[in-house]
Design a binder for this molecule. Sequence first.
Ligand code: ZN
Length: 445
Amino acid sequence: MTLRLTGGTIVRSLRPPVVESSDLAIEAGRIAPDAAVRAGSERVDCTGCLVIPGNVCAHTHLYSSLARGMPYRLAPPRSFLEILQRVWWRLDRALDPATIRASALAGGMEALLAGTTTLIDHHASPAAVDGSLDVIASALAELGIRSVLCYETSDRDGPEIARVGLDENGRFLATVQTGAHPLARGMVGAHASFTLSDETLAACAELARDRGVGLHVHVAEDAIDERDAERRDGVRVAARLAAAGALDRRSLLAHGVHLRADEIATIKAAGATLVHNARSNMNNGVGRAPVVALGDRVALGTDGIDADMFEEGRTAYLRHREENHGTGLGWPLDRLAEGARVAGEAFGEPLLGSLEAGAPADLVVLRYPAVTPVDASNLAAHWLFGFRSSAVRDVIVGGELVVRDGRPVRIDAEDVAAEARVGAARLWRRLDEIDVHPFEPLGVR
Ligand SMILES: [Zn+2]
């Protein structure tokens, strides 16, 4: 497909902001070096629109897509651990291949419609581990969205499930190598220090090193993670990960709320990236992450709430500004660029997240009749206070139009919603029969 986007304002880069008024051509899935008319190219009129790089959500859980509005009959959770034991560790055990697929389709479609072109997902389905990442990759391929997938290895359901979880990561990484999923790549997934034995953690780190990919793991989301590591090994979480060989420049660490200064130094020295999930942290009441201390290597994720990075960026900024007036308007844009850098590394595409010549053509056309001028100097202000996912008109991934006029192109939105509703009914029925998860970290009582 050769496309020519005409009459729009192009955001070529977020870090640093580069904005220009020009046409844009897409050829063989990439941004062409010039906007000249090419034979057979389709023209997309972008008059009155902004063309921006597609957003990257650097940490999400597609498996939670069907949790919206589900009935809940147990006593209300009183802590982060009880939220896991009573909600998420029951929901993940209720998943089967049909509901994994329905969740991925529903969450993936919402992501595209919100202008998110890459999802970095962290998946758990302990009763249906083997092949689960292929189910997700296939569902996302139907939509045409890019992804970096992993399975959440954990000892919380016993050593056998930990072993098959690790195997699923290895199996999927090998499948991706065959070219079976052109829009998907893999990482090695691990839940969190507090549900990983020394052996399992070391095995995850070894697999990631072996395959040359990063480890994607929750870190210090709640104080229980730190207490468990201290009881288990007499060290804090970052030191435990480092000792296991699980911390390097490819590591993707979600949350980091309870990291101490010495741990932040360890993470920075390793060159790892932290994913900040502001809305999730607020919703779970786990505390506020020390995001400024972590410096440049901070990306943004939604932790499964949705995949709306405009909303996440705005909330993260406002929550942060509440106590840090020194944080500039450009902070969320830099965080989005960092997420794109991580995704680009997984795909071997250093230009991913920009619209420079040669970059993969992942972009979003926003209806944005700007009421004040837009240029590189004030892009960040428009992003924060003007951009909305409801303004997403068209979405292009790898050079293909996958959303046109606010509707998915490859798949019928109503069909996806119908499959999701059937899946939700099935998932909620199964969930009803699953008890509170008995796993407890060390140091809780
Ligand atoms: Zn998470």
